[in-house]
Design a protein around this ligand. Structure first.
Ligand SMILES: Nc1ncnc2c1ncn2[C@@H]1O[C@H](COP(=O)(O)OP(=O)(O)OP(=O)(O)O)[C@@H](O)[C@H]1O
Ligand SMILES: [Mg+2]
Length: 403
């Protein structure tokens, strides 16, 4: 029976025996298998042969103290195989006593737990890596959060700064545009006055003649005529002064009134350049500063006329249409002034974009016009060009006067 037990234990465990000095006196096949040594290489050797250098002295001392005082030693031990690899065994060392109670030998029974230990070690390594990753991640998140907070704080002030810079820039451009149109306007006044001045000149001459002839009735007639002419000239000046008046408060005004006024201002140049203006008006009131819309309309018509001249167009037509679409006022300007090249059409609203000579254009006209439509009138200004025709469309939302 005892022998059968012995066989059962030997087959299932790693077993070795040493004498009291630790010299190996017996090993089973399982021991040879795991250590890589043959029985001959082991028997007679000190058990140290499988000692792993990682194991501290203190552990060995504990082992020997335990078994020398006739106690059983139990531990998971790291051992070294012949091929220098490590293996782990769950070990139980039992001292064997004789009938007098003296130790005669030690028997060590072990089983292989290498796989479990390696798994555990790997798991611990991964856990540590994860923990490290987590802390570095936490640190990075903290850093980024701080950065973001700081950015956020400075962002607001930077935006404000940029906005005020932009506003200042736009004011300068606004004045540049106004100054440029001031020059144009003076030229327009000169145009507008040339004919009445000539007429006045003739009338003055006729008055002198009539007076010399003592024809009082004639004198009166010439007097009335000249008064009329002078009134017209004065009106022209009023139109222009109005246009340059500082901007007033927003008001409800009729879109067609604005177009009529603008056409009045440009009357002479339109005549001189032989441009036919066709209009199709619907009554629509919008909220804004009329002078500003005038400026847009004058810019658009001036651009058409410039293009008529530059491209030597013979038959010159501008169609202006005002209509209402639900709650939007739509003003369309269509000319047959040669069209705008596709490569340019995306740029025409940019400040300082011009295809004209320096003296002729600043390139601010359309930029200002778009700004006025968007900012001043809450609407939009768009362009379409195909073949030789160009259409600019102004859209202004209609706000109810009573609301
Ligand atoms: N109706 C049009 N037909 C053809 N080209 C046009 C028309 N309107 C504008 N353009 C083109 O768009 C460009 C930009 O127009 P914009 O009014 O902004 O500047 P400008 O007329 O060149 O100069 P400014 O108006 O400042 O005197 C013009 O130079 C021209 O090439
Ligand atoms: Mg222009």
């Amino acid at each position: 029976m005892l022998n059968q037990y012995k066989v059962a234990i030997e087959k299932s465990n790693i077993i070795s025996k040493t004498d009291i000095n630790g010299i190996i006196t017996f090993v089973n096949d399982e021991f040879c298998k795991i250590s890589g040594y043959s029985k001959d290489e082991l028997i007679g050797q000190n058990h140290n042969i499988v000692r792993h250098p990682d194991i501290e002295k203190s552990k060995f001392k504990l082992l020997w103290d335990t078994i020398n005082s006739k106690n059983i030693y139990k531990a998971t031990v790291k051992n070294l195989a012949k091929n220098a690899t490590a293996f782990y065994v769950n070990t139980t060392i039992t001292p064997i006593l004789d009938e007098n109670g003296n130790i005669i030998e030690f028997i060590a029974i072990r089983y292989d737990v290498t796989k479990e230990v390696v798994y555990k070690e790997e798991l611990e390594k991964k856990e540590k890596e994860l923990k490290d990753l987590n802390t570095s991640l936490e640190k990075r998140v903290e850093e980024k959060t701080a950065e973001l907070l700081e950015l956020n704080e400075t962002l607001e002030s930077r935006i404000k700064e940029e906005i005020s810079k932009n506003e200042a820039k736009q004011k300068v451009m606004f004045w540049q545009a106004r100054l440029a149109s001031l020059g144009e306007m003076l030229a327009n006044i000169a145009h507008q006055w040339r004919q009445p001045l000539t007429e006045l000149n003739l009338i003055v001459f006729s008055i002198k003649k009539a007076a010399m002839n003592g024809d009082d009735k004639e004198v009166q007639k010439f007097y009335d005529d000249s008064k009329n002419i002078i009134k017209n000239m004065s009106n022209t000046i009023d139109d222009f002064t109005n246009f340059f008046m500082p901007d007033k408060e927003k008001q409800y005004f009729n879109v067609t009134t604005s177009i009529d006024e603008s056409l009045n201002i440009l009357e002479q140049i339109i005549k001189n350049e032989m441009v036919a203006i066709k209009t199709e008006f619907e009554d629509v009131k919008v909220l804004g500063i009329m002078n500003e819309l005038n400026q847009v309309i004058i810019n658009l018509i001036k651009n058409s006329i410039d293009s008529f001249i530059n491209k030597s167009i013979l038959i010159r037509e501008i169609n202006i249409r005002v209509r209402k679409d639900l709650d939007i006022a739509i003003i369309e300007f269509q000319d047959n002034a040669g069209g705008i090249k596709e490569k340019n059409i995306y740029k025409i609203f940019e400040p300082y974009f011009t295809t004209k000579y320096k003296s002729q254009g600043t390139g601010l006209g359309l930029f200002m016009s778009k700004m006025i439509c968007e900012k001043g009138l809450n609407g939009s200004l768009d362009v379409k060009s195909r073949k030789n025709m160009t259409t600019f469309t102004i859209k202004i939302p209609i706000e109810e006067e009573n609301a």
